[in-house]
Design a protein around this ligand. Structure first.
Ligand code: HEM
Length: 491
């Protein structure tokens, strides 16, 4: 009898519609058949059949996928507090010191405090500005390579170059100019990024994670990578500790992220126990959060501009009129310099609309059961917001597949989190805290690239022939690298 009541109760739940679920695996077959190649598109296609509010089951994980701006607002604004947690997944737990970072920390006091510190002490507008000199030096390095290529008429792999540029800016802001550690750190981090973002069996069957992690060899792999990273971090931290102990006169503007975290820890400024492992977890976040997202953004903007020569001409003309060469050379140019370049801002918005680097945000998790639009959402449901599909929604955007920055002229919509048709950084409590840092890199790089060079495809192919295939690897980048020839402007 009790069993019957329980079954009845269970069946009474009104879940959002979704594709047929198979016993045990649920909808894992949908994932397997689609491959990992383009998850946002796969979810977008399923939404066309089952609706913008969809329920799936991946192994043991109950999953909701939302694909409209109205629903995004429900989850990220109206019910934000309930959906501000994260799933406790196997790989991130092992890599991120038991999820003591910001990205993967569950909602709670620890996450709130850490987020406050990251936002106010590390990624504030003032701190971002303090890295202007460093950013400018990295631009000069990039310019040297491009100038040589322009002189020789050779092509450059811009995808690789943008990744190196943003890696360098990240590592230098994080722990200074130690090139020896920079190379070792970057090599190990490549592996961490792959492991942290890859979907794997153990994450779908948490109850079996020890067994499956061992069976697939994933546990061993993650533990090995974690050990390597931990060792490198310990060395970098020891050196910084030595520096701080020997020199208490460090100016605000000279401090890198690690200096600040260690200082706060030493002064016991956290108001709670903040161990060395906690510090290392937050430190890794800043690198993972900040590099690929930013280089992918640049990659897509330049791709779309080369593909659309009229837009390229228009934005180049604006940049060459308004971006003074001294902007990139003086130490204290204002980060607001690009606000004067209204059309360039629209180009960036339009690129975020079509190519959000983090197209499914980072999955949120419900803290308790609730009802949305008459559907039951259970506790610990994982929520994916398909920002990629929202940006291409034909009900919201005219000619959604066409790159047209003009659509933003006289249109107040921006990407700061209050317009749900355009949320590349998310919205609400979990919105990206690194927006200012990321945009500073994107804007200065873009202005520099357009100010100094014209761009063409190798073998003088027309822009419309540029390959624009997308490849999803946690971030949504180009499937194939962007290879272009820089040309000195003739006027
Ligand atoms: C163009 C550049 C960037 C884009 C498009 C981007 C996008 C995002 C998105 C979509 C999220 C998830 C929001 C959610 O869960 O709803 C996120 C979270 C986060 N990002 Fe970024 N990001 C960028 C740059 C950065 C940078 C430069 C940093 C740090 C240096 C950073 C650090 C973080 C952190 C720590 C989180 C986790 C926030 C939390 O869970 O509370 N991001 N970002």
């Amino acid at each position: 009898m009790i069993l019957l009541i329980l079954i009845k109760k269970k069946n009474n739940k009104r879940l959002p519609p979704g594709p047929t679920k198979l016993p045990i695996i649920g909808n894992l077959h949908n994932l397997i058949f689609a491959g990992d190649d383009h998850l946002p598109r796969m979810f977008g296609e399923l939404a066309k059949k089952h609706g913008t509010f969809m329920h799936l089951k991946f192994g043991q994980i109950s999953q909701v996928v939302v694909s409209s701006s109205d629903l995004a607002k429900e989850f990220l604004k109206t019910h934000d507090i309930n959906f501000s947690s994260r799933q406790d997944i196997f790989t991130s737990r092992l890599l991120m010191y038991n999820n003591r970072d910001v990205v993967f920390a569950p909602y709670g006091e620890y996450w709130r405090q850490m987020r406050k510190i990251v936002t106010l002490e590390l990624l504030s507008a003032k701190k971002v500005k303090s890295f202007n000199r460093l950013r400018r030096e990295e631009m000069v390095k990039m310019m040297d390579i491009l100038t040589k290529a322009a002189r020789n008429g050779t092509s450059v792999n811009l995808s690789e170059m943008f990744l190196i540029l943003n890696n360098n800016i990240s590592t230098r802001s994080m722990f200074g100019d130690n090139l020896r550690h920079q190379t070792v750190f970057l090599d190990a981090m490549k592996e961490v990024v792959v492991l942290a973002t890859s979907s794997n069996f153990s994450n779908f069957f948490p109850l079996l994670e020890n067994f499956s992690g061992w069976l697939t060899g994933m546990k061993l792999k993650v533990e090995k990578t974690h050990k390597i990273i931990d060792k490198i971090l310990n060395t970098i931290i020891d050196e910084h500790l030595g520096k701080i102990n020997n020199d208490n006169s460090m100016e605000d503007g000279e401090e890198d992220f690690l200096d600040i975290l260690l200082k706060l820890q030493k002064e016991n400024q956290f108001g709670f126990e903040f161990s060395m492992n906690d510090l290392k977890a937050v430190f890794l976040d800043l690198f993972i959060g900040g590099t690929e997202t930013t280089s992918t953004t640049l990659e897509w903007i330049i791709s779309e501009l080369v593909k659309n020569p009229t837009t390229l001409k228009k934005v180049t003309s604006e940049v060459r009129q308004k971006f003074s060469i001294t902007d990139s050379k003086t130490d204290d140019y204002d980060n607001n310099f690009s606000k004067e370049m209204g059309y360039m801002q629209n180009v960036i918005k339009e690129s975020f609309r079509l190519h959000p680097p983090s197209p499914l945000l980072i999955p949120h998790e419900s803290r308790e059961k609730c009802q949305i639009k008459g559907y039951d959402i259970e506790e610990k449901t994982s929520v994916i917001v398909n920002v990629w599909a929202i940006g291409r929604d034909p009900n919201k955007w005219k000619d959604p597949e066409i790159f047209k920055p003009e659509r933003f002229i006289g249109n107040p919509i921006d990407f700061k989190g209050s317009h749900f048709d355009l949320i590349p950084f998310g919205s609400g409590r979990r919105i990206c805290p690194g927006m200012t840092f990321g945009l500073a890199n994107v804007e200065l790089s873009l202005a520099t690239l357009l100010y100094h060079f014209d761009w063409k495809i190798p073998n003088d192919l027309p822009g419309k022939d540029l390959d624009m295939a997308e490849g999803f690897r946690g971030t949504l980048g180009r499937k194939n690298p962007l290879i272009l020839v820089p040309v000195f402007p003739t006027t």
